[in-house]
Design a protein around this ligand. Structure first.
Ligand SMILES: Cc1cc2nc3c(=O)[nH]c(=O)nc-3n(C[C@H](O)[C@H](O)[C@H](O)COP(=O)(O)OP(=O)(O)OC[C@H]3O[C@@H](n4cnc5c(N)ncnc54)[C@H](O)[C@@H]3O)c2cc1C
Length: 340
């Protein structure tokens, strides 16, 4: 990287190497103290509420992690696990969770079974369904942050504004909403889709009706009896459209690209199943391994589309059963990864 190369936020920066060094005894005891200070804190407490000083402009850290979503929490856990304590997590919001804090639309949940969509170091047997819903994923992430004393390392409401690598000092200089920091290593865990994007539609600025992005759902707005237009047919729309359709007077869906929609085998997990998973963790480990292998197979198929042809045939048969009108069926049949 050249001297004074600047990282523009919202793009994933070239990841700096994570160099782990053995912590000194002093660092270890300092970390234990800060970990104790962070334990038993309510999940949504901010740094200021916990009484820590805000920023120490220009203070040098070995590592600064930007973002306290899933990736940032995992990075912090791994640093702790390696006994490495000279690090800080900067989070622009007031709560951990990232995606799962910001997306609260009806029906929001993950599309990967939770046995896999969870940390390997913190398996949970409390999921309500095979595919967990947003509120429980957020609770899980907050619980992980508490259990592993990660709150002690997070500065909330502290937004990175720019990051510049200084070749001479071999150091990152970071400007944040709370001051200036320096770090030998920066881990950008800012997420791929943090900021909602409104489509560039002519007239959108002068639209007088209620309008919001699914990632910033307006729960105060009553959709009952309304004429609603949904723009987009991606993973979020697939989750919330069935929830709002019964409320709407009229519902229009604007689609640019038809997605493949397959049945989701989302079974509820009752108390007996949860207790069994708690008693025999090996079941969840095996389930996690199996899901991981099938996703690897799907990824392989995405790179070699002819292999996905049987799935395409199945999906087209399903569409024939679900959509009787041939013109509509043609319109909602994806044009990628397979023939029509
Ligand atoms: C509705 C929805 C469902 C999804 N379902 C799945 C799924 O089933 N499976 C799957 O694999 N993926 C899914 N994803 C993708 C999901 O984004 C990732 O799985 C994962 O949550 C990303 O975590 P992250 O920590 O990398 O980023 P984020 O969760 O985006 O977290 C980034 C964090 O960085 C903070 N931040 C950003 N910029 C700054 C800055 N400049 N300064 C300080 N802090 C900053 C943000 O506030 C945020 O807390 C889904 C996404 C959405 C929106």
């Amino acid at each position: 990287m050249k001297q004074d190369d600047q990282v523009t936020l919202q793009t994933v920066a070239e990841p700096a190497d994570l160099v782990l060094k053995k912590p000194s005894r002093k660092a270890k005891s300092a970390s234990a103290a800060s970990a104790r200070a962070g334990a038993n804190q309510p999940n949504s407490q901010t740094t200021e509420q916990r009484g820590r000083s805000t920023t120490m402009p220009g203070r040098v850290y070995d590592t600064i992690i930007i973002g306290a979503g899933i990736s940032g929490l995992a990075a912090a856990y791994k640093l702790n696990q390696a006994g490495y304590q000279d690090y800080l997590v900067l989070e622009k919001a007031g709560r951990v969770g990232g995606t799962w804090r910001d997306n609260t639309y009806p029906g929001c949940g993950c599309d990967v079974p939770s046995a896999l969509y969870s940390f390997s170091f913190a398996p949970s047997h409390g999921w309500s369904h095979l595919f967990a819903k947003q509120p429980e994923i957020l609770r899980y992430l907050e619980d992980v942050a508490t259990r592993f004393q990660l709150y002690a390392k997070i500065e909330f409401h502290n937004e990175l504004q720019d990051a510049r690598w200084n070749e001479t000092e071999q150091m990152w200089g970071l400007n944040t909403s709370k001051g200036r920091y320096r770090a030998r290593t920066v881990i950008f865990s800012t997420g791929p889709i943090t900021e909602p994007q409104l489509p560039k539609i002519k007239g959108i600025d002068s639209f007088k009706g209620e309008m919001f992005h699914s990632a910033r759902w307006n729960h105060a707005y009553d959709l009952r009896g309304k004429r609603i237009a949904v723009i987009g047919t991606g993973a979020s729309a697939i989750q919330f459209i069935p929830k709002i359709q019964p409320l709407a007077k009229e519902l229009y869906i604007f689609q640019r690209t038809a997605p493949w929609v397959l049945p989701k085998p989302d079974l509820p997990l009752n108390q007996m199943m949860k207790s069994t998973l708690a008693k025999f963790p090996v079941i969840q480990q095996r389930w996690r391994g199996a899901v991981s292998q099938s996703l690897n197979l799907i990824n392989f198929g995405l790179r070699h589309p002819p292999l996905l042809e049987p799935v395409n045939v199945l999906s087209r048969q399903l569409l024939k059963l679900q959509v009787k009108d041939p013109a509509l069926r043609q319109a909602v049949t994806p044009q990628f990864f397979g023939r029509l």
